[in-house]
Design a protein around this ligand. Structure first.
Ligand SMILES: Nc1ncnc2c1ncn2[C@@H]1O[C@H](COP(=O)(O)OP(=O)(O)O)[C@@H](O)[C@H]1O
Ligand SMILES: O=P([O-])([O-])O[C@@H]1[C@@H](O)[C@H](O)[C@@H](O)[C@H](O)[C@@H]1O
Length: 408
């Protein structure tokens, strides 16, 4: 079990007094009191109908805390960066979600994240756009120890140690309204079981990173894993749409059991990923990348995957967008910066290959899982962009990571 407690919550934290959050609330979205599930189901259907008729863009909710990452190689600190899945996920959702012309900068989603007064990256793009809640406890902090040996595709290439932990995120910290989709992306046990349950009640479809559910910490803070079946999250699984796990986490998730409850995606580093659902499975090919830092690959994958669903892609096709952004993440240290021309090229490909509107089918019951007949074309088109991107990084490696990182 993650080392958190669900005892009486502390007084409500304040929002960081930075810029006003630019996300918008779709006008017709009902404010939620805790209604019963049947009523919520009806409202969710209305929301999806609204989106499919050209109504307001689909608003999402990302739940998980920003953190500090200290990168260590050969016993030496080689970098300090903004971390936390919420930072990587926001970065990709802003870059790749379908949205209207006037929403150039920020896609419509909120982030529910907690940090302490020591938070060092308040002005980095992701936290500045979506300020975290401020707590008395310190910001969650991880030391990532990289092995000197070249990592294989599936072997862990880093050891993570949590050296400080911020408060958990309580159900009452979530906004009191409906969302089209939710991403549960905790890194240190901060997404409590009751918080995940409330996300599921508020969101049409919830995507979960297994690291939010199965991480535990030994006496030294070293990250280890517990079996999902032994956690209170396991009974919630049938109400989750997608569960993503790395190949290191997959044995603790128990793919054969979990795939009967929701669609499971196992990421396999430079080999891409595989999807498993009740009566089928698919392998999705990777994209080329020169890996400089594996941190955030899984987070960026999940956000790319969610963006793919929002574009109306099937799950297997959306995993291509996940692989694309996973590859982009490993090519830079810390939260990656995407070249505007690269993003424009990706957007044009998606506009060409998908229906023009955000799809209403990001819904636990109606999405399509199988690959479409344009899967290979989509892979080839994205591959070209990935190759160009990789060449550009080789030519100008300094042109990355605007301010979220401090290399030492
Ligand atoms: N070296 C790499 N080259 C290309 N793509 C990669 C590489 N490493 C990771 N990825 C992409 O990122 C995804 C997530 O990476 P993975 O290492 O499996 O997750 P995690 O960061 O959670 O350990 C992979 O499925 C793949 O699409
Ligand atoms: O690399 P990845 O598995 O996608 O996700 C990472 C977490 O595992 C890690 O705890 C955190 O400190 C990083 O910032 C990043 O969020």
């Amino acid at each position: 079990m993650p080392s958190h407690t669900s005892a009486t919550p502390p007084p409500p934290p304040q929002r960081f007094p930075l810029r006003p959050a630019p996300w918008r609330l779709p006008a017709a979205m009902p404010l939620a009191a805790e209604l019963d599930d049947a009523l919520e189901e009806g409202e969710n259907q209305q929301l999806l109908l609204l989106a499919s008729k050209g109504g307001p863009a689909l608003e999402g909710m990302v739940v998980g805390s920003y953190c500090h990452d200290v990168l260590i190689r050969g016993g030496r600190v080689v970098g300090e960066t903004l971390g936390g899945a919420a930072a990587f996920v926001s970065n990709v959702l802003d870059a790749a979600s379908p949205r209207e012309e006037e929403e150039q900068e920020a896609a419509p989603f909120v982030v529910v994240s907690k940090v302490g007064h020591d938070f060092a990256y308040a002005s980095a793009p992701a936290p500045a756009r979506r300020p975290p809640l401020l707590c008395a406890s310190p910001t969650t902090s991880f030391h990532a120890q990289f092995s000197e040996a070249a990592a294989s595709a599936h072997a862990p290439d880093r050891e993570l140690r949590r050296v400080r932990a911020c408060d958990p995120i309580y159900p009452a910290d979530l906004p009191d309204r409906r969302f089209a989709y939710g991403l549960a992306v905790g890194v240190a046990g901060e997404v409590l079981p009751e918080t995940l349950e409330r996300m599921i009640r508020l969101c049409c479809a919830v995507l979960v990173d297994a690291q939010a559910l199965i991480r535990a910490f030994d006496g030294d803070g070293a990250v280890c894993h517990v079996s999902l079946e032994d956690t209170p999250y396991s009974r919630i699984l049938p109400r989750v749409a997608f569960l993503k796990a790395s190949s290191e986490e997959a044995p603790y998730v128990g793919v054969e059991t979990a795939r009967r409850r929701c669609c499971v995606i196992v990421t396999e580093g430079r080999d891409g990923c595989r999807l498993f659902w009740f009566e089928g499975e698919a392998r999705v090919a990777p994209f080329p990348a020169i890996q400089v830092d594996p941190t955030g690959a899984g987070d960026s994958f999940l956000a790319g995957f969610a963006a793919g669903l929002l574009w109306g892609l099937s799950a297997t096709d959306a995993a291509l967008l996940g692989n694309f952004f996973g590859a982009a993440a490993v090519s830079q240290v810390g939260v990656p910066t995407f070249h505007p021309k690269m993003l424009q090229a990706v957007k044009e490909i998606l506009e060409d290959k998908t229906t023009k509107r955000p799809s209403p089918c990001i819904n636990g019951t109606t999405f399509t899982l199988e690959r479409s007949n344009m899967h290979d074309e989509l892979h080839a088109a994205l591959r070209e962009v990935a190759m160009l991107m990789s060449e550009q990084h080789q030519a100008d490696p300094a042109n990355c990571n605007g301010g979220d990182i401090c290399l030492t």
